[in-house]
Design a protein around this ligand. Structure first.
Ligand code: IDP
Ligand code: MG
Length: 197
């Protein structure tokens, strides 16, 4: 087992976060919570890179579709509405369409990628970022403080929910994403005052 202080997670400021000028604010919130930035870069992703970033397995894609249907039902809309908006009520097909919107969005402007290290960094970062849907995110989280999007609006406009940041959800996802985005790059080591010495 790695030392708890060595836990790393992957974060990307999405195009909406960059275009809203939130790069500094986002990094600040991780650093002020004693998390350490150990790799950092602005870049523009290729379609292929994003396609390989989001899982391609049926289970993950279907989950996106299920989430979408869940939102429809929560707001009194039905499978019939889903079929009208997506041309299908097959949740795998719905998930594929949402994934496609995501890929297009993520290549639309530069992003900032980083590796964040610290005790429970995966969970800590997700907590600081807030839940996927900004309209549900508490004040004090990044998504809660700086965005208000909802899938109800996004699905009608045929675009992904804009929630400023991507952050790994599990240590396994983090490992895969760090390898994918920083595989050939340097992850730095240094001692943070007050944390490492
Ligand atoms: P996460 O980014 O909080 O980890 P995931 O469930 O992994 O959320 O979904 C990936 C991304 O897909 C979300 O950040 C969001 O941009 C988009 N997304 C998720 N569900 C929907 C939806 O129902 N409609 C449109 N976009 C969605
Ligand atoms: Mg995710």
């Amino acid at each position: 087992m790695i030392h708890p202080k060595e836990e790393k997670t992957f974060v990307m400021v999405k195009p909406d976060g960059v275009r809203k000028g939130l790069v500094g604010e986002i990094i600040k919130r991780f650093e002020q919570r004693d998390l350490k930035i150990v790799a950092l870069e602005m870049f523009q992703a290729t379609r292929d890179q994003i396609d390989n970033h989001y899982p391609k397995d049926e289970k993950w894609i279907r989950r996106l579709g299920e989430k979408t249907l869940g939102t429809y039902e929560k707001y009194g809309r039905t499978v019939v509405d889903l079929e009208k908006d997506f041309g299908s009520s097959d949740l795998l097909e719905v998930g594929k369409q949402v994934r496609g919107w995501l890929v297009e969005f993520m290549i639309s402007a530069p992003m900032v990628r980083m590796v964040v290290q610290g005790v429970h960094s995966v969970d800590m970062v997700r907590k600081i970022v807030g839940p996927t849907m900004p309209y549900m995110a508490d004040m004090g989280t990044i998504r809660g403080d700086f965005s208000v999007d909802s899938p109800l609006m996004a699905n009608v406009e045929r675009r992904p929910v804009q929630n400023l940041i991507h952050a790994s959800e599990t240590p396994e996802e983090a490992m895969h994403e760090i390898e994918h985005w920083f595989g050939t790059k340097t992850i730095y080591q240094y001692k943070r005052f007050g944390i490492d010495e």
